[in-house]
Design a protein around this ligand. Structure first.
Ligand SMILES: Nc1ncnc2c1ncn2[C@@H]1O[C@H](COP(=O)(O)OP(=O)(O)OP(=O)(O)O)[C@@H](O)[C@H]1O
Length: 254
């Protein structure tokens, strides 16, 4: 599914938080979303998900404006994992992930064995097999993060929007979630603070003060000049002898 937006903007209290963003994310593409704290990444993702109504511009799914789609139609197509997502205390892990199936259920189409299999698969994908009956409030931060990702996977969306999906995870789970997402047959936008992880994406989009500063391949975008201008750091590029990939080391700017 192609996700696009035109002249997207949101302002509050007279302050323009996201301004005039036009962008197309191609079918199956993984787009990394980077930018300093407060640059508008979460706000932009929420508008792409249809959760925050833009003040200006529109979001399109395969060319159809989101405003023409019912909430249920959007939920069958788009899943969002928010940065500080919470859920009711008494819910079990299994129940939380089953919520991902809600957009697909109706009076005519009740819960079936196929839904059980999808939920079980989602739990396996995030390495939470055996957590079915654990209560949400007993989970660690990283386990909660993985439950939210499993809920989004169980939704079987065509567009997956992830807001810093790795921020609570240990390094093994960071890598496994990123590799899982990059292999999924979905169009994805992933907000990331780890710029080395952002290099796994097909393209990277840089936000600065709510504006689209640049978009392109990791090699085009992650240059010393741009990182200096946007993040105010000095970047040095090394080569990993294991696979010849580029690694960025950061230093405070003088
Ligand atoms: N409801 C709101 N009312 C007032 N200001 C808001 C609101 N939502 C967001 N902002 C402001 O808009 C700016 C962008 O916020 P946003 O959360 O989108 O940034 P971000 O790039 O995701 O930041 P971070 O990297 O810190 O997560 C911030 O300065 C934030 O304080």
């Amino acid at each position: 599914m192609i996700l696009s937006c035109e002249n997207l903007g949101w302002e509050t209290q007279g302050k323009q938080i996201v301004r005039d963003i036009s962008l197309t994310v191609n079918e199956g593409e993984k787009l990394g979303l980077i930018g300093p704290n407060g640059s508008g990444k979460s706000t932009f993702l929420r508008m792409l998900a249809g959760v925050r109504k833009p003040n200006r511009g529109s979001v399109y799914l395969d060319g159809q404006s989101m405003t023409q789609l019912r909430q249920r139609d959007i939920a069958q197509r788009v899943a969002l994992v928010e940065q500080h997502a919470d859920t009711a205390d008494r819910i079990s892990v299994r129940d939380a992930v089953e919520l991902g199936r809600t957009p697909w259920l109706s009076a005519l189409r009740g819960w079936g064995s196929q839904d059980d299999a999808i939920v079980a698969r989602a739990l396996t994908d995030v390495d939470l097999t055996g957590f079915n009956h654990r209560h949400w409030h007993t989970l660690s931060g990283g386990e909660r993060q993985r439950v939210h990702i499993a809920r989004a996977l169980a939704q079987q969306p065509k567009v997956l929007l992830l807001d810093e999906p790795t921020n609570h995870l240990d390094i093994r789970h960071q890598l496994s979630i990123l590799h899982l997402v990059t292999r999924l047959p979905v169009t994805a936008v992933i907000a990331l603070h780890d710029l080395n992880q952002a290099m796994l994406c097909d393209r990277i989009c840089v936000l600065q003060n709510g504006q689209l500063r640049a978009v392109g391949t990791p090699d085009e975008i992650l240059t010393g000049d741009l990182l200096g201008e946007v993040f105010g750091v000095c970047a040095h590029f090394l080569t990993d002898p294991a696979d010849q990939s580029r690694v960025i080391r950061f230093h405070t700017a003088m």
